[in-house]
Design a protein around this ligand. Sequence first.
Ligand SMILES: C[S@@+](CC[C@H](N)C(=O)[O-])C[C@H]1O[C@@H](n2cnc3c(N)ncnc32)[C@H](O)[C@@H]1O
Length: 701
Amino acid sequence: MQKQKRENGPHNRAGDRMHKRANGPNREPRSVTKRFKEQPGRENTTTGTVEEVLDIEARTLLAKLKLRLGETSSAAGPGAGAGYVERNGKLDEQQGTRTVVNGDTDTHSHSHLRDRAPASHAEPQPQPQTTDLELDLEIQELSSTGDGLAYAPDKNADRDLIHVVPFAVPGDKVTVKTYPQKQPHHRAWTRVDLVKVVTPSPKRAGTTPQCPYFGTCSGCQLQMLPYKDQLAHKKTIVEKAFRHFSNLDPSLVPPVDDTIGSPLEYGYRTKITPHYDGCSRSRPWKEGDAPPPFGFGRKMNQNEGKVLDIEQCPIATEILNAGLKIEREKVARTFWKKRTGTTVLLRESTTREVLPSSTPLEVQREDESGKEAVNSNGTTATITATPDHEQEQDLSSLPLEYPGTPTSTSSSTSSTTTQITYTYGPHHFRDTKTYTSDHHAVTTEHIGPFTFKTAANSFFQNNNSILPTFLAYIRDNILPTPTSTSSSSPSSTDRLPIKYLLDAYCGSGLFSVALASRFSSVLGIDIDEASIRCARDNATINAAVHKYLCGDHSGDGSGKGSKHLRGAGAGGGKDGIGGTATSKESTNLGFIAADAQHIFDDVPFPAAQTVCIIDPPRKGASRDFLRQLCAYGPRRVVYVSCNVHTQARDVGMLVAGVGREDGHSGSQKRWRYEIEKLGGFDFFPQTGHVEGVCFLNRVED
Ligand SMILES: C[S@@+](CC[C@H](N)C(=O)[O-])C[C@H]1O[C@@H](n2cnc3c(N)ncnc32)[C@H](O)[C@@H]1O
């Protein structure tokens, strides 16, 4: 974290340089308003769908290839290696390439495209799709959707087409198969199934996918890539999202920070939702029938929508995999009673106990209780330390950091329940993990000293291992530094200390609760009532932690909290900003169950002293929400998102000061925003997803 801060912030030197370059040292800033007014009808309507992302990336790649081929038209260009072959194994008259039905190509001609530059992609004409062909392609790029992109001419038309190849990376030479699909004919891309990797790319070297279903299951896209390359790829996803979907001049977007990785690359998912199909109308199931496949969607597009039977999911936590076995057995017993498809929820829940530090943790060989434990050295043992009940409750002194590998593990499983207990030596606490499949249950997660209750079927972040790093990062950057006062129109009110936090789309209060000790007052809003009930509970449950973080250590008298206080900047504040936190109970947190835009109906905080966190669902924030945000103008905005494409759209609107065109009274101020810092977190290793985090400061419009 510290390293990240030094390299990228908080002063965001690169961002400052960028603004200076764009605006010149003494010139007025380039007018964002004007730029947007000059482009009437360019309201950004992206919805961040996979189709939109593939559209723009396919067109961009075609344009790039055209340029490259134009330069080296007779050399072995990127199209070299691409060739059409027919499914029945006959020689393709155009290419002299032969392929047998099972995909084992025995000869490959690589000559076809060498002398051919791609046709113009500017106005692709509607063309019939050619299906059921096998092609040999070379992957050019990895798309933001986690698919390989390869190029080949459209057999039936004088144009070129990008082929979207799952489970392939740049440099792979692959055999793919086309298949019938519903798609607009003007598309610059088409999906194909991967038949086989003929020559693997060097990018795969040293990495073996850990899942036997990888290549068939739709859950993961990147298991074939080393983790550091996954992180590098995710940085490009953020870069491309802001290039293609923000409508912003590139000079207004700072260089994207490196993606921050997850401590756990596998075994991190704390929620999974396997599915099984219902019976057909004509043939209802009866007792004794074989159970249907139970698992996740198949990726291979020929089979899109079909369920792949999954026994283990290596990206899910150990307890969820134990639960999956139990749920699979339940499904096998009861599926025949169901008439419709069913999705089963499996969500992890943790009970944390602090072990008395005075009592050394004892481990013994397995005893009669049968609770088997495996020590880090692989021996079997049973944990016998008895927690002192008073200390057991005192979680507030635990540091906000990922506890790492447990020193011992024990588990017990019956046909109906399962639990795993992990003991962490350095901090002397233990976590007992269970899972629930009850949508109405309340589950518990611990992040350092914080405890969060969540309605099992409501939102909570799915990768607990990255949350300590993530929360520390948000905490360390939540307040602007003196130099992050915007480069243009600095307002005198922007030098007032920030005291208030608005948490829009707050869920069960992750940010509100974890950051409350930095603010005088916090107000969260979420449309899900169950989440808001949990947020209120979480405020109370964590009151002792806030007391501790705010410097009231009367409970232990040890002063141990100084570590947190230094990290959180609470009490003294950072660079004269903030510093308002005093010892307080949970009373500085309030929550509203309503649509996010209602937070602006009657905001109780002065905008100049308020930071607003936005963390909407994948579709992003509504235009109405963003318009009201610009009218209110909180001093700083932190935008967190699991869909960087809608995030880029929304940030673009904030930078443009959305809503100015709607008209407002002359005396009413309006605000737009400047991006200070932008980067990604890898909440979902092995998949194509990245969590975007963007910090913005207001500028008077
Ligand atoms: C990505 S989650 C973020 C939750 C929380 N910030 C966290 O990190 O745990 C998005 C949240 O937005 C909520 N939500 C969806 N649409 C909403 C709306 N129109 N107004 C308010 N909340 C909404 C969902 O209930 C969900 O809790």
